[in-house]
Design a protein around this ligand. Structure first.
Ligand code: SF4
Ligand code: SF4
Length: 428
């Protein structure tokens, strides 16, 4: 299939993946969306055929086409189980980008993606306003989760979503965090605090910084860093706005040997700049260099820091508990990181590790996907809740704040009393 038209510029870059699909349908057995909907348009094969139809002039950039493209969690389960190893999620992201170029973005996404998310301080003010709104109007409940049944319905649709923190991470920690005087500094790293950690889970960011500094790592938290861009270029296909965010993040972490991230989606997005957003040789070089520095937190602990066993002491809440691990899609299938988080958990004294059946099955979050298709997202999440329940674990941990929100919501809805935490919260 020779693709020439400019309006298919991005799809053209992934022509090999597109043509690799041999229509065998193996992906139908694995795709979490297809498993719930049982319609061809949900699965990689159907989406691939639809994109081919677009290229052949049989389809156009309609709203229905956009909806079908969006109904995908980009979990990569299709690719992992595809006999031809066709990476259809690549083509889906590219097709989203061509659709945005052809049709533009609908309101309010054009404002949010192009004006709000690239401006971290402004975004922070808007989030702060939302937090005030939450505080005044929302019914109060115990713990860190509050049930928003009426308000923010467009965002939450009744889901259990976390409160916005009274203080953001950047207000809690300095730019440079040095090890205590008694500890020798081994290296200097940058900390990429995703939007969730910064605005919702700052205690997690502070905990990670404290752990790293105690173990001889100087941690720099550049104020110029912004959103990783995942919702913008991967989710919505807005490559133009994605490039601005990528350029800002690359610049923010210049001169640092590593960029540590506690969020699987952010880690994967930061590493994906070169694949999707490099439109010039200069950008390609800069993005590839940047990607090499980016490390998931457990990957960093195991592969780089190589701490002694004595460093893995349990936190008060983890002591003596049975713990299971949920593989975020962006960590397992996108980046191939599966052994390091398990190794971290198994290294913690006094913690019992229990493997979950289908630990790498998508939880159904996938950012905007779970907002647009919450009912579908819930059905996918229910399966994950059943897997967690079957382990008999006290705690389920992950390395993706987005997955954690989905797990909390799924477990609460299914009345499964298992605590959800970030893997780093297991450590003292
Ligand atoms: S994407 Fe892979 S598994 Fe699915 S139909 Fe095509 S070749 Fe088969
Ligand atoms: S990436 Fe996941 S949701 Fe999307 S088509 Fe593949 S298996 Fe289905």
């Amino acid at each position: 299939m020779a693709l020439t038209a400019d309006r298919f510029e991005q799809i053209k870059r992934f022509e090999k993946d597109l043509s690799q699909c041999m229509k065998c349908g193996f992906c139908t057995f694995w795709c979490p969306v297809y498993q719930e909907e049982r319609i061809e348009a949900s699965v990689a094969r159907g989406k691939n055929m639809m994109i081919r139809g677009l290229l052949a002039g049989e389809l156009d950039y309609t709203q229905e086409y956009a909806d079908r493209l969006n109904k995908c969690t980009l979990c990569m389960t299709c690719t992992a189980n595809c006999p031809a190893k066709a990476n259809i999620p690549n083509v889906i992201v590219a097709a989203r980008a061509d659709a945005v170029k052809a049709r533009g973005l609908n309101f309010p996404y054009n404002i949010v993606y192009r004006w709000l998310l690239p401006r971290r301080r402004l975004f922070g003010w808007v989030v702060r306003f939302a937090s005030w709104f939450q505080g005044v109007f929302m019914p109060k409940t115990e713990g860190t989760i509050r049930h928003l049944s009426m308000f923010l319905s467009a965002l939450g649709k009744g889901r259990n979503i976390p409160q916005i923190a009274p203080r953001f991470l950047r207000q809690m920690v300095p730019v440079v965090n040095v090890p205590p005087a008694s500890v020798k500094t081994r290296m200097r790293v940058g900390y990429f605090s995703g939007c969730m950690t910064d605005f919702v889970l700052p205690h997690l960011g502070k905990h990670i910084i404290d752990f790293l500094t105690r173990n001889g790592v100087e941690v720099v938290v550049p104020r110029e860093q912004g959103c990783c861009g995942a919702p913008v270029f991967l989710g919505a296909g807005d490559f133009e706005a994605g490039r601005k965010m990528a350029d800002a993040n690359v610049k923010a972490f210049e001169g640092l040997d590593y960029v540590i991230s506690d969020c699987a989606t952010c880690t994967s997005a930061l590493k994906d700049y070169a694949k999707f957003l490099a439109d010039t040789p200069q950008r390609k070089k800069a993005y590839e260099k940047f990607a090499k520095k980016v490390k998931d937190i457990s990957e960093f602990l195991i592969d780089v820091l190589d701490l002694p066993a004595s460093a893995y002491k349990p936190s008060a809440v983890a002591k003596g508990k049975k713990v299971s691990w949920h593989d975020p899609c962006h960590l397992s299938r996108h980046l191939g990181i599966t052994s390091q988080p398990r190794q971290v958990i198994k290294s913690i004294s006094g913690v019992e590790y229990v493997e979950m059946p289908n630990a790498d099955r998508c939880c159904g979050m996938a950012g905007a996907f779970s907002m647009h298709y919450y009912d579908l997202s819930k059905e996918i999440g229910d399966k994950k809740a059943a897997s967690i329940k079957s382990t008999g674990a006290d705690i389920v941990v992950s390395s993706c704040p987005g997955c954690e929100i989905q797990l909390i919501d799924s477990l609460l809805r299914n009345k499964v009393p298992v605590k959800v935490m970030h893997i780093m919260e297991l450590l003292e």
